[in-house]
Design a protein around this ligand. Structure first.
Ligand SMILES: Cc1cc2nc3c(=O)[nH]c(=O)nc-3n(C[C@H](O)[C@H](O)[C@H](O)COP(=O)(O)OP(=O)(O)OC[C@H]3O[C@@H](n4cnc5c(N)ncnc54)[C@H](O)[C@@H]3O)c2cc1C
Length: 397
């Protein structure tokens, strides 16, 4: 029968489940990174309020960078450590075990950075990659539009070359951190008569300039993490193209493999830590939680723990594939699908446990509401299923 492991300390690696030989618990990298984390992770609960939380994320990114731990898999010439994907996976696990904050620049570090390394010119790589890692330049992702979310190829934002600049007109929506970012990577239609996925270009556009209007949108959680972004004759240099002009769809697909397959997003370790915390809160509450409620939570927790192990196996498999030089491609949709649904169910369990025990109830309810977005923002559950069916299984459209 499956059971959640008994853990002796908050940092006990058996929280993660049975040891996997690809990412062993006694790997020297873990010991070195863990001892640095023990000294540097901010103590105490997360700060209250979105601004304070984001400030902590910026500080944490700068701390990681100063310590030499940002961009583990990135080449040394751009500020990384040239480690492999399995080391990166162990790092994500150690970060979760130490309850470290997330860095501020995830759109830059997980999405644009790896895409630039594959498709960017040397000029763009040298200009942006080190500043993405340090957090000096924050990025947001300008893909979705009001009528073009799942159907991204129908997007209407346009850009035309005028002298040495692209001039952008149009509107993006749901743009995470738009109001905090210095740059937006914008997918725009650059060939006037083109349709669908042809004639698009991925551009890097500074957001602090006339013609850019940003209006934040309130989420169900009460947060204002994302925004509408309006472009009215906005300029970016002609050479700030990721990939080739007219090949933006291919650049977007390259970026999606990181968005869907990077365990920095589809993080099994943070879910496992959350699950063990909920279990411990119920235990600590003792007789305040009735026996039937305890049995219900216990059964759900064991099932979720098993699903977290499946996600962990998928993340290890992708890291092994990447370590061997393989492309993640559409396989990322499998991990993303499993993660999105699982993360919502774990958040539900945490909130139910908090309701019964009275522990951190406000935080847990906020977390439950915020988690609803996890099966939407890197492609909805339905879209991931379609990608898996058509492109991985070869089923008819
Ligand atoms: C918190 C959050 C942050 C986000 N951040 C960003 C960001 O930084 N940058 C960015 O560009 N976008 C961002 N997005 C937008 C996200 O990518 C879109 O919400 C997502 O792609 C879905 O698009 P949509 O909202 O237009 O919904 P729609 O595409 O209108 O979908 C509505 C519903 O219809 C279903 N549906 C649509 N088409 C199909 C189909 N062909 N088959 C079956 N079902 C279908 C969907 O699954 C969904 O349930 C974010 C979204 C959220 C929630």
């Amino acid at each position: 029968m499956t059971t959640i492991p008994q853990v002796r300390t908050a940092l006990d690696r058996s929280i993660l489940g049975p040891e996997n030989p690809a990412v062993p618990f006694d790997h020297p990298f873990r010991a070195e990174f863990a001892s640095w984390l023990a000294e540097h992770v901010p103590a105490g609960p997360a700060p209250e309020g979105e601004d304070a939380l984001f400030a902590q994320r910026r500080d944490w990114q700068a701390t990681m960078h100063r310590g030499g731990w940002a961009g583990l898999t990135w080449p040394r010439e751009y500020g990384g450590r040239a480690d492999g994907p399995l080391t990166q996976l162990m790092a994500y696990e150690e970060l979760a075990l130490h309850r470290a904050p997330e860095p501020a620049n995830t759109p830059g570090m997980i999405l644009l950075g790896p895409t630039l390394m594959q498709l960017g010119t040397e000029e763009l790589k040298q200009r942006f990659l080190p500043r993405i890692l340090s957090g000096e330049d924050l990025f947001c992702q300008g893909f979705s539009e009001p009528d073009s979310g799942s159907d991204l190829a129908s997007l209407r934002t346009r850009a035309r070359l005028d002298g040495g600049f692209w001039v952008i007109d149009g509107q993006k929506i749901w743009t995470t951190f738009a109001d905090r970012a210095d740059y937006c990577f914008v997918l725009a239609r650059t060939e006037p008569d083109s349709v669908r996925h042809r004639g698009l270009t991925l551009l890097i556009c500074p957001t602090d300039q006339p013609g850019v209007t940003i209006r934040t949108i309130e989420q169900i959680s009460g947060d204002h993490e994302f925004a509408e972004v309006f472009f009215d004759g906005v300029h970016c240099p002609a050479s700030w193209v990721v990939g080739e002009p007219g090949q933006g769809w291919s650049a977007a697909m390259t970026l999606f493999q990181f968005e869907r397959g990077d365990p920095g997003y589809t993080d099994h370790a943070r879910l496992l830590v959350e699950l063990v915390d909920a279990r411990d809160a119920v235990r600590a509450a003792g007789a305040r939680v009735s026996q039937p409620a305890r049995a219900d939570l216990g059964g759900r927790a064991v099932d979720l723990w098993r699903r977290c192990q499946e996600l962990r196996a998928l993340n290890v498999r992708l890291a092994l594939l990447a370590e061997a030089g393989g492309r993640i491609a559409e396989t990322g949709s499998v991990t993303n699908l499993v993660w999105g649904e699982l993360a919502k169910d774990v958040a539900d369990l945490s909130a139910d446990a908090a309701e019964l025990t009275g522990t951190d109830l406000r935080v847990a309810i906020h977390h439950r509401l915020a988690s609803r977005a996890k099966s939407i923002y890197s492609g909805t559950t339905e879209i991931q299923r379609t990608v898996i069916a058509e492109r991985l299984l070869g089923l008819p459209r």
